[in-house]
Design a protein around this ligand. Structure first.
Ligand code: HEM
Length: 256
């Protein structure tokens, strides 16, 4: 009599294995997301120098511009990371739709949190914000700012990029103060930063899962890290347009 036992059937799970390329896409989404979070935190820390005044913010901006080729390498790297992140987001969402072409009759949203459902939507709003933001502060083409005319003493409208401080430096402080004194600009930044916080809240915690660092023992901690990153970025970035719009910061500033 044979004592050989039949091979055991593979353990049943109700989760179908993901194709390798989908796993790779999720992995690179997470890596690029991590790099973007790092950029957002560093950029915010630099911008918060607005609370230390004109000299601090303009000095920091001058230091960055003085990095020359290094700055261009960083900008190129950031653009590449951003494009890969967006490209993979579209690819994964298309694949999700193809995998479920008819759609559930009853949507099972019990386990899907609000931010995870709206990840693609908030991502698209952030993309629109970044395009607007570059047109605003980097290209200076969104609006002009009122400046005193030395000859007539009256107000004239000038290009934001032409602003300079007493030391002849590009007046980034002036650009931020004059722009955020306008409620429409401030409110649109506030809305975009709240959506960014929502995106980061979900993204920061699902990133660990995609990197395989998800563990039942640490899940609560991971959720807290996601929430902390979202709150720090949300509070820090919303504070600037809000305090400037309310006249709590930069009240005495006058462009030269
Ligand atoms: C209230 C929030 C923010 C403020 C006050 C702010 C302010 C600025 C300013 C003043 C500049 C121009 C700097 C210069 O000319 O030297 C700039 C550039 C930039 N910002 Fe922001 N920013 C904010 C949020 C964000 C967010 C959330 C992102 C990305 C998701 C972002 C991405 C960028 C990029 C890519 C540049 C161009 C950097 C470069 O030219 O090297 N910013 N920002």
């Amino acid at each position: 009599m044979s004592t050989m036992t039949a091979p055991r059937p593979a353990a049943r799970t109700n989760v179908a294995p993901l194709p390798v390329s989908t796993l790779a896409a999720k992995y690179w989404m997470a890596i690029t997301g991590l790099l973007l979070v790092a950029f957002v935190l560093v950029h915010m820390a630099g911008n918060l120098l607005v609370y230390r005044g004109q000299d601090a913010l303009n000095g920091y901006a001058k230091f960055l511009k003085g990095m020359g080729p290094m700055l261009w390498i960083a900008r190129g790297g950031l653009l590449l990371v951003f494009l890969v992140h967006i490209g993979l987001a579209f690819r994964l969402s298309r694949r999700n739709r193809q995998a479920r072409p008819i759609g559930y009759q009853v949507e099972r949203t019990l386990r899907a949190s609000l931010p995870s459902k709206y990840m693609l939507l908030t991502g698209l709003v952030i993309l629109a914000f970044v395009i607007f933001h570059l047109a605003h502060y980097t290209l200076g083409i969104v609006h002009q700012v009122p400046v005193k005319d030395p000859q007539t003493g009256g107000e004239v409208m000038r290009d934001m990029l032409s602003l300079h401080d007493q030391q002849g430096r590009h007046d980034v402080y002036g650009m931020v103060i004059l722009a955020f004194r306008q409620p429409v600009i401030s409110l649109s930044y506030i809305l975009a930063q709240l959506l960014l916080a929502l995106h980061l809240y979900h993204g920061a915690s699902s990133m660990f899962q995609s990197l395989g660092l998800n563990h039942s023992r640490y899940n609560a901690l991971i959720q807290k890290v996601g929430a902390a990153v979202a709150v720090i970025v949300g509070v820090g970035n919303v504070s600037m347009p809000l305090t400037i719009m309310l006249g709590l910061v930069g009240q005495g500033y006058q462009p030269l």
